[in-house]
Design a protein around this ligand. Structure first.
Ligand code: CA
Length: 424
């Protein structure tokens, strides 16, 4: 077992019940305050631990990190140090935060300097993403979309159970939770019998996804095998891959998604390490027909991560609209990474690979409005009145995720984004 995951550990920092951030989590992020420049932090309870200050005060002795790795506006330098280094760092932080270790907790002037209330900080985009790839790995989602657009008989394309289908997305428009986005405009075709028009999307949707950031992978020409894939995965975030269904529908033939997707995708601010998810492994769905040898694996490669989506209309309370789980994914993260590199494509530190919409088997577990409202035929009632087929102006979409194995609960915080009216 990874020592920092020990369920018996408690922290001298108060951790409220049902907090996403007990000592067994210790996710990394980047924050700033009115006084402090951007820097790397770790969440614990309702606080954040300032790693730059900890290093300056001498708490990271014998770890392969220097001040510049934390005195920076992204996790890229930290990620570039590789898995052994970040695992050691998380282990050191766990030790410093343990109730039964006094090194830091008894030095009150150091604690005052390093431990900051989360209410006082602003989180910024955790990683400068070089390349972003989006998969399509939920069989329930792919089947639902297939039924809607091609009928039940041809729901899954012939390649789907053989290839973790994906496409290259746009990294420049990835934003951190809390960043509002404007409703996109583009070519839409409201009437099948008439030419397209230019206008604001009328079928704006979210996609409930999770994504993972890679460590520096391998040079161009080399591949990452299934059995080494986990060594190249740093951590996992919630991911809302906003989608304009009407723009998407008109543009996607023959080269796939483009402007219906690249106007924005939102990531959660805290990156939960793959190490912290270790206790929540579960077996994935049986893959039948058998996959090609380069995608074969042994052991449990899925993770039991409970996911929720809520809509908060302006001046209204939230309405919970979906309960899903990452464990439903047909293709796991390792298979995505192995497939991505099987042709020799290189990945670099801080690349983002997203899961694709995570839909479960039941109607209340779908991961998009397209499916939840079944193309707009089944509007969803809002608690505060009104209904939604797709996302309205000034709606906030909030996604949350956590793991709970009965012993320890760890979470991802949330990914939140508001849709503002389109710009003229
Ligand atoms: Ca997507």
């Amino acid at each position: 077992m990874i020592a920092a995951n020990n369920p018996q550990l408690t922290s001298w920092v108060e951790v409220p019940e049902n907090s996403d951030f007990p000592i067994q989590n210790l996710p990394f992020g980047v924050f700033q305050t009115k006084q402090l420049t951007p820097r790397v932090g770790v969440a614990i309870g309702n606080k954040v631990l300032d790693l730059k200050s900890l290093l300056v005060l001498g708490y990271f002795e014998n770890l392969p990190f220097e001040k510049e790795d934390f005195d920076t506006d992204s996790l890229n330098r930290l990620i570039s140090k590789g898995k052994l280094a970040t695992r050691e760092l998380r282990g050191r932080l766990s030790k410093l935060l343990r109730s039964d270790v006094s090194d830091l907790q008894n030095k009150h002037h150091h604690v005052d300097q390093c431990l900051i209330d989360q209410s006082e900080i602003e989180m910024i985009l955790p990683v400068q993403v070089g390349d972003y790839t989006d998969f399509y790995s939920s069989i329930e989602h792919a089947t639902n979309v297939g039924i809607m657009f091609r009928g039940k008989e041809n729901a899954l394309m012939p390649n789907w159970k053989h290839i973790p289908v994906g496409y290259h997305g746009r990294s420049s428009s990835i934003v951190v939770s809390g960043t509002p986005l404007h409703r996109p405009k583009g070519q839409i075709k409201p009437n099948d019998d008439e030419p397209p028009i230019y206008g604001a999307s009328r079928l704006l949707d979210f996609e409930l996804e999770m994504g993972f950031f890679t460590y520096p992978g391998k040079p161009l020409g080399q591949r990452i095998n299934m059995d080494e894939a986990e060594e190249h995965i740093f951590g996992v975030v919630l991911f809302n891959d906003w989608s304009a269904r009407d723009i998407q529908k008109w543009e996607y033939v023959p080269l796939g998604p483009f402007l219906g997707k690249n106007f924005g995708s939102t990531v959660s601010a805290w990156v939960v390490t793959l190490d912290a998810l270790e206790p929540y492994r579960v077996a994935g769905p049986v893959q039948d027909p058998p996959v090609l040898p380069y995608l074969e694996y042994e052991g449990a490669k899925n993770y039991d991560i409970k996911l929720q989506v809520a809509i908060k209309p302006q001046n209204q309370e939230e309405t919970l609209i979906s309960n899903s789980n990452l464990k439903y994914m047909y293709w796991n993260m390792c298979q995505q990474l192995a497939h991505h590199t099987v042709n020799g494509c290189n990945v670099r530190g801080g690349d983002l690979l997203a899961s694709g919409t995570i839909s479960g088997p039941t109607e209340d577990s779908y991961g998009s409005m397209l499916e939840l409202s079944w193309r707009g035929t089944k509007p969803l009632a809002m608690n505060g009145g009104g209904e939604r087929k797709f996302i309205a102006d000034n709606d906030e979409v909030i996604m949350r995720g956590h793991c709970d194995n009965g012993e320890v609960r760890i979470g991802f915080g949330e990914v939140r984004g508001k849709i503002l009216p389109s710009i003229d």
